[in-house]
Design a protein around this ligand. Structure first.
Ligand SMILES: Nc1ncnc2c1ncn2[C@@H]1O[C@H](COP(=O)(O)OP(=O)(O)OP(=O)(O)O)[C@@H](O)[C@H]1O
Ligand SMILES: [Mg+2]
Length: 431
């Protein structure tokens, strides 16, 4: 498509948007349950009609783009929009943001730095009511800085021998791996509540254990205790996902990447299991049975830096949860994913085929453009490379590939109402 043709296409879309409420990710024309994420963007940088994304159905959305061009910012816009949905819709949804860098807690505050820019879009600054969850060990640190944080923990008994061996990077067949596996299975068979200390005691009284293995166990389990995330009781999934609630799971303090992956996978797994159960109740209710939907609502899980959790090539725990379950089977239980990555080429390539909306900010690496190019849908009349080039280098501008309406657009994401915590720090503020 030439320049002119693309321009015409964009303005056609804008016209549709004005007249018919054009919604990305949706076939029907319904005016409710849509997120207003920005405006159509013409090649002369002028802005067209508002852009909406469907929220009534589950979606898998990928946001990509090079460093500093708006991925986390856009993710925040989606969260803000869910937060301001009408109550009836919002109450059937719960949002969980997995925050690996600790940049989402400032969403609680209004974006006072951009009052003027917001007013140009007829918007005003507004904070989002979030439930900031941090590992129990760090709660006081946040509170001492005046940040309202709540304790988050994982029940120790939920970790399988496989999880423990991964965390400590030991093999099942190592002397310590053998004893650890035996102890975890024994404790799990006796109770679903035990502490790390009780697990250690179990290893120590194992007759087939020896001093060397006990020493290793003491060191490793002391390390696990120091992470401050595992707990005898732990947090229930219904305390993380609530109706209309936005939970920010700040795991930035967990220094070990494997630990971040395990924690996120365990949360993802529990949400999946709960929603599979809840779906049965939803079905019975639809058939007219007198049952109450009191489980967790449909879930939107946002994962920034997704390449860390769903890397290409390597098998990982999170791939089993998020690709095999959330992506392949998540539509039925009502699970949606919002993923962001700098490196689409580093993501497991199956992910692209599951995404129904791809939002691509500026991208210049050949490798990443080629990775996206592989999914070039039939309705795209020109290559991804050419389309990305045309977007220019304005921050917040994105190419959108929408599988549902089989269309491609260039849009400008709107300004944030809430404070964006991911901006680059500057040595001095420019005059
Ligand atoms: N839609 C937008 N409107 C206005 N400014 C924006 C928009 N999107 C991004 N920006 C600007 O770009 C900056 C960087 O955005 P963001 O933090 O989202 O980058 P990123 O793509 O997540 O980068 P990284 O890969 O380093 O995490 C923001 O601090 C903001 O100043
Ligand atoms: Mg970012």
């Amino acid at each position: 498509m030439g320049n002119l043709k693309l321009k015409k296409h964009v303005s056609e879309v804008a016209k549709n948007a004005l007249g018919k409420q054009y919604v990305l990710g949706r076939k029907e024309k319904v005016s409710r349950g849509a997120l207003n994420i920005g405006r159509y963007y013409a090649l002369d940088s002028s802005l067209g009609a508002e852009v909406y994304v469907d929220i009534l159905r589950p979606h898998i959305i990928l946001i990509c783009g090079k460093r500093g061009y708006g991925k986390s910012y856009t993710m925040g816009v989606f969260v803000e929009e869910i937060a301001r949905l009408e109550e009836e819709i919002k109450n059937n949804l719960g949002v969980v943001v997995v925050d690996t860098l600790g940049i989402f807690w400032p969403m609680h505050f209004p974006n006072m730095a951009n009052v003027e820019k917001l007013s140009r879009w007829d918007d005003t600054p507004k904070g989002v009511d979030i439930n900031l969850l941090v590992p129990k060990k760090f709660v006081n640190e946040y509170r001492s800085k005046g940040i309202d944080a709540h304790s988050f923990s994982i029940r120790t008994s939920e970790l399988s021998p496989f999880h423990w061996c991964q965390l400590f990077n030991v093999k099942y067949t190592d002397p310590f791996g053998i004893v650890l596996t035996r102890a975890v299975l024994k404790m799990q068979s006796e109770s679903n509540r035990f502490s790390i200390q009780e697990l250690l005691e179990c290893i120590k009284i194992d007759k087939r254990s020896n001093d060397a293995v006990c020493g290793v166990a003491e060191n490793f389990l002391a390390m696990a205790e120091s992470w401050g995330i595992f707990d005898r009781v732990g947090m229930g999934v219904n305390e993380i996902v609530t109706r209309g609630g936005i939970a920010v799971l700040d795991i930035s303090h967990l220094s070990d990447q494997t630990l971040k992956v395990i924690v996120t996978s365990l949360v993802g797994e529990k949400i999946y299991e709960e929603r599979v159960q809840e779906r049965k109740i939803y079905e019975l209710k639809k058939m007219g049975h007198d049952v109450e939907e009191n489980g967790i609502p449909m879930v939107w899980l946002a994962i920034d830096e997704a390449q860390l959790f769903l890397p290409d090539g390597k098998n990982s725990l999170s791939k089993d949860v998020f690709i095999n379950k959330w992506m392949r089977q998540g539509r039925q239980p009502g699970l949606s994913l919002l993923l962001a990555t700098q490196r689409p080429s580093s993501l497991d390539q199956e992910i692209m085929s599951h995404c129904d909306i791809i939002l691509c900010h500026r991208l210049t690496s050949q490798e990443d453009i080629s990775a996206l190019g592989k999914i070039r849908p039939v309705h795209m009349q020109e290559g991804i490379r050419e389309s990305i080039k045309k977007m220019g280098d304005e921050k917040g501008v994105a190419l959108v590939i929408d599988d549902t309406s089989e269309s491609v657009h260039i849009i400008k994401i709107r300004h944030r109402h809430s404070w964006h915590g991911g901006a680059e720090p500057l040595v001095i503020e420019p005059q």
